[in-house]
Write a protein that binds this ligand. Sequence first.
Ligand code: CDT
Length: 346
Amino acid sequence: MTRIVTVGAGQLGPIARDEPREDVVRRLITLLEQAAERSCELLVFPELALTTFFPRWYTDDVTEFDHYYETQMPSPATQPLFDAARRLGVGFCLGYAELTPEGRRFNTYVLTDRTGTIIAKFRKVHIPGHDEHEPERPFQHLERRYFEESHEGFPVWQAYGGIVGMALCNDRRWPETYRVMGLRGAEMILIGYNTPLHYSPDPEQNALQAFHNHLVMQAGAYQNGTWVVGVAKGGIEEGVDSLSQSSIIAPSGQIVAQAISGGDELISVRCDLDKCAKYKHTLFDFDRYRRPEAYDVITHRTSPVTSPPSDELTVDPDEILIVRDDEGEGAAKPAAATGADAKEQP
Ligand code: CDT
């Protein structure tokens, strides 16, 4: 069986601080038109696709940045994108900063159908960075000042002939993001990102940004038997160089298409959603092989266990692995050998 959905990743290059929404929307429509030429049914745009990545700047009064937020979707400025979707028959997924009537601020993704009607909304769960000005940084990452965390979790939706979920940028680094959607049957996960190449808290990670980006998305795809569409806003935006390398990843974990520029670029793949079942029904047959009772700390703790309380780490002396001969007679490996698999070696 095949269930084909042709999906595009609409990578964006930099958006200038003073670039009008109308100009950005024109860029999005150009990508949507290219997607239609390639017979895409769905085009995925990045996180905060309507504005520059404004959390790189500090302002005392957050409301001074209200012009970066959308108070309605569609709005007069974004309506032409929705009209283009309807005209072309190509749906889209769009990231933007959302300001609610109650004054709440979210980092948001919406998904439309092929008529340009919004059918799903996701708000970013893992908000990275910091909330106060840190002058020692070459640029700020103040997402925690400008957005609150969503407590709506990671829902999935019936769309495009399959089960579709969404995540935003830092969400992609957390295995739970994919697993929660995997448990809900996700067959395609749409992820937009803005990832500066320079990571102030540990610049040793700078050279690994591209590796880590693909590492997490490929693992998430494979371990949950789902397609992943990862879409960047990349290039040098207001002096800050950000990762590009948008990619479309199969349920095997293989990258099947990858952007090669740091600018506006469309990549597309005919994705067979039925490929997901191969992984969901074999190695990652959750029903058969998952052991939730062994994972309890995952939902009960946020911080690691640094010094385990005695009720969490019990070492039964009879279960200590005794290593003989090759590692020295009688040498013991207590911590590594606790649990049901620990046995005395013959
Ligand atoms: N936008 C976003 O979430 N970016 C983060 C940057 C690293 S945290 C400062 C990311 O996880 O890619």
